[in-house]
Design a protein around this ligand. Sequence first.
Ligand SMILES: [Fe+2]
Length: 288
Amino acid sequence: MSSEPQVQSWYHEPTGSFTHLLRDSESRAAAVVDPVLDYDPASGRLGTSFLEPLAATIDRDRLELVWILETHAHADHLSAAAWLRGRAGGRLGAGQGIREVQARFADFYHLGADFVPDGRQFDRLFAEGDILPLGGLRIRVMATPGHTSDSVAYIAGNAAFIGDTMFAPDYGTARCDFPGGDAADLFRSIQRLLELPPETALYLCHDYPPDGRAPRASFTVAEQRQGNVHLQQAPDPESFVALRNKRDAGLDVPQLILPALQVNIRAGCLPEPEANGTRYLKIPLDRM
Ligand SMILES: [Fe+2]
């Protein structure tokens, strides 16, 4: 029995996001974390060209896609989870806090009675400590609230998929100013992740590299401990909350938040087509 996953990551340039594929090297069992759908806000066009190489890898290596895992309800990109499940199978899961996010945004988007905010859009909702089998591997769920209240990390052997908690050491940590976000919670979640063994590879949800540095999908616990710029500047909860809140006050609203959340609370399913066969997204005015 193997305890270490093999991981491949793809970088979605337009949103600075990673999608990760992990597999058990002793079997063909695989999982995908945070699949990204292509979406052009100017034209409203959707696409799956970003995920085609991942899907081709699943086909070529005859992998059994067991899990499609979301680390949280993303505000910066549309989830391709429903498309990937249709294409390659697997069970789609997220943290159980997604219900609270669904309830909040069902009201925000005025979705009506056909959207029930109880998590039924997902195959499985996870709680802290849940164990997901993946061939000979075990994926452990860690609740990591802070960036959002539904955030979870997925830990398999020496790899952890940490969602929006820490970013690359030169960039720091995730914002906490979305509804349900909390900087003190994020500090606690980061400390728990940093208690993993120092050689653990922490796989990022995003990278926003400065000029001259290539995007990088993971850093070890040791690298984050030594070099994360926000944790260096603010190593205790009080100073971290102050730093985070000050920084968040100056950040712009993410460009795709309005299209993204209404799809992502539906587990990546699109709104039903209207009578003319076209699907529409809703843009609430003067609500952000
Ligand atoms: Fe996020």
